[in-house]
Design a protein around this ligand. Sequence first.
Ligand code: SF4
Length: 237
Amino acid sequence: MPVASALAPNQNTAFVLQVHYRLAAVYGSGLTYFHNLDPLSELVSSLLSHRTKNSQSAQAYHNLVAQFPSWQAVLEAPVAAVEAAISPCTWPEQKAPRLKQVLQEIHTRTGALSLEFLGELPVAAAREWLEQLPGVGPKTSAAVLSFSTLRARALPVDSHHFRVAVRLGIILEKIGEGKANRVLEQLLPDAFSAQDVYDHHQFLMRHGQKICHWRSPECRNCVLLDICPTGQLALLK
Ligand code: SF4
């Protein structure tokens, strides 16, 4: 009896490259980074953004930096004051103590409130360091290293990116977003620069937002239709 393959049908670098260059033709390449924050500020921003609309987490972050002159001040502030500042984001009652816990942990481990030192480490080691912090998984560690001023070569995978990769048959849905992050990053060519990796994430994310919607993907308007197993199946219906 044949054993079903554990791999998704298009889990290979050649296919991923084909997707990359088709989407580059749509969205452009050498995209401008959307943030210019130092790595600790990027981490705070990422923690606030968890399951929150961008506009709400941006408002929460803005309130925080407007009301507290430094991350040290946030660390020393009563949790209620932090919670009030970040109230525009979801679950401020959980995120405020978590934020203070993360700041305390960083201070305890390094004696300072800065993550600039991560730029001196190999990316894998920097990600491992970050993922030992409470509430920090692969998506956040990659976001901190890629989106911050460190501009490191790390691939964040958000829910849009994950959905599009599953529909394209690059990964199986059952591996989940955490493991998907590592698999999708390993499929990128070694020759990809940090900018290429950032672009790749942006392509998949934007495609998920604009065309490959969670409900009713616009397959007939998609430049990937002829190579997408999900799109091809939809045509038969
Ligand atoms: S063809 Fe459809 S399912 Fe496939 S990537 Fe495009 S929009 Fe998504």
